[in-house]
Design a protein around this ligand. Structure first.
Ligand code: ATP
Length: 232
């Protein structure tokens, strides 16, 4: 069953028409990247899928089920993990308590496995969220989503504000997740690095899809990559 199929999304914030007929798919085991300059509508697309900002028109299908009018909680229950922009971890809770917050779904990811995969989080398990570096906070945010044992993971700008070495580490983790059968929809400003790990890419501009194709092909289009990277 196709993890994600989005068709004809029309999403508004009040009277502002933000998404114009957005359509995209994520096939099983794929990493798909959604690119576009600031304000293009990338976050709004993820919010529409999650049911946080429901579309006025269009359809969201998750694993063959119509999820267009579902609540975020119901969408998560279908096996969709969401790592929002800015991490949204609990600053006053310890790492360990942050990981207790999600209602874990049965599967290969449990706290033990999370600590093996992110040894730095294990070292800092008694530290509070606010004491962590940006990279550690991002890992905590991803770890929390993994405890839901998602089949599809939506990641909003995981590389934001991270040093290049940490970005590499986070992207390696995303590739590991894919190997385990988690499909990924990745929103990124980091054009080159994300095209390097993605199978396919979409580019949003002013709320409409202007590119839909292979990530490798887009990566070879130097001019286009430069214009997108320059815009971020
Ligand atoms: P960024 O990289 O800056 O996060 P983005 O591509 O994710 O950009 P969105 O956050 O989806 O873009 O924003 C798309 C448009 O919607 C922007 O013009 C933004 O100003 C507007 N917008 C976002 N959130 C709201 C809101 N809560 N109310 C009104 N307008 C909003």
């Amino acid at each position: 069953m196709m993890p994600l199929k989005v068709e004809g999304l029309q999403t508004f914030y009040g009277k502002s028409h933000i998404l114009h007929n957005v359509g995209l798919t994520v096939n099983e085991g794929e990493i798909v990247v959604l690119l576009g300059r600031n304000g293009a509508g990338k976050t709004t697309t993820l919010r529409s899928i999650m049911g946080l900002t429901p579309p006025r028109d269009g359809h969201v299908k998750l694993f063959g089920i119509d999820a267009t009018r579902m609540s975020p909680y119901q969408v998560a229950g279908l096996g969709v993990g969401y790592v929002p922009e800015g991490r949204k971890i609990f600053a006053n809770l310890t790492v360990e308590d942050n990981l207790r917050v999600p209602v874990a779904r049965p599967g290969p990811w449990d706290t033990k496995r999370v600590f093996q995969t992110f040894p730095r989080l294990a070292e800092r398990r008694d530290n509070r969220g606010r004491q962590l570096s940006g990279g550690e906070q991002e890992m905590l945010s991803i770890a929390r989503a993994l405890l839901l044992n998602p089949k599809l993971l939506l990641l909003d700008e995981p590389s934001q504000g991270l040093a290049p070495l940490i970005v590499k580490e986070v992207f390696q983790i995303i590739q590991t997740m894919r190997k385990e059968g988690i499909s990924v929809l990745l929103v990124e400003q980091n054009v080159r690095v994300s095209l390097g790990i993605a199978d396919r890419a979409y580019v949003l501009d002013d709320g409409a899809i202007i590119y839909n194709g292979s990530a490798a092909e887009l990566a070879n289009d130097e001019e286009r990559v430069r214009s997108m990277a320059g815009a971020s």
